[in-house]
Design a protein around this ligand. Structure first.
Ligand SMILES: [Fe+2]
Length: 246
């Protein structure tokens, strides 16, 4: 089996275009931009939370719980579809990031235990839980950022070496088809505002082609609050006249 890092090294060679991913199908980049956006948002929310304010503590706990649900579902999608594709062509090539995923599941469970204290404990217990969650969450985010970088370099190198873009698109299509519409809206809420304008237009143009107009308006509605006004206007200009005015 060709080592993943060896493939990365090769990708920096003269065949730059096809192996660096500049023109290759990248399953990781869009969703990882969204996850980085979500993780940063929730970490900052937890850090500034007034744990003595019942309503604020419950609301912040809800944001963290939603984040953990998405993180857990994301790693399951990667296990089921991306790692399976890697292993089918290069046995053992997904071992490193599969091991990371097991570690992340343990971290998520530990955060959920502290989260229950934040949701149901007395005020003193909540304040202690808030401080502990902030530190643990910062380490979880840091770990995830390093992990995602390995996926975007080493794992992509394996995928690009072993699959055509058509095959990768088929794997990605199957992954996306497995996500219920409600959960997909949550992913898009964080992904779309985190993307560069051209990436945003490309993604939404593709989604638009596969959705009834009403459902596409629903997608725009969940992404709009995360977009700066300038970005929203650029997006509307690129997509043409849309029924969603505000
Ligand atoms: Fe992952």
């Amino acid at each position: 089996m060709m080592e993943a890092m060896e493939l990365v090294a090769q990708s920096n060679g003269s065949e730059a275009g096809s192996k660096t991913g500049l023109r290759r199908h990248d399953m990781y980049r869009p969703v990882h931009k969204g996850l980085r956006n979500l993780m940063c948002d929730v970490l900052v929310r937890v850090g500034r939370m007034d744990a003595g304010d019942d309503a604020e503590a419950v609301a912040t706990a809800g944001c963290l719980r939603d984040m953990l649900v998405l993180c857990r579902s994301h790693l399951h999608h990667e296990n089921q579809f991306i790692h399976a594709a890697m292993e089918s062509r290069h046995y053992g090539s997904a071992a490193t990031t599969a091991g990371d995923h097991l570690h992340h599941e343990k971290s998520i469970e530990a955060l959920e235990v502290r989260l229950r204290v934040l949701e149901h404990g007395n005020r003193e217990a909540r304040q202690a839980a808030a401080q502990a969650i902030y530190r643990d969450l910062a380490l979880f985010v840091a770990d995830n950022f390093q992990h995602m970088d390995v996926e975007e370099t080493a794992n992509n190198a394996v995928l690009w070496e072993s699959h055509t873009d058509e095959e990768l698109a088929a794997v990605h299509d199957a992954l996306v088809a497995s996500i219920p519409p409600e959960k997909m809206l949550t992913y898009l809420r964080w992904m779309v505002p985190a993307m560069a304008p051209d990436e945003r237009v490309e993604l939404l143009t593709g989604i638009r082609q596969n959705l009834p107009a009403e459902a596409f308006v629903g997608v725009l509605a969940v992404t709009k609050p995360g977009l700066a006004e300038r970005d929203w206007h650029k997006l509307m200009a690129a997509l043409g006249e849309m029924p969603l005015a505000a």
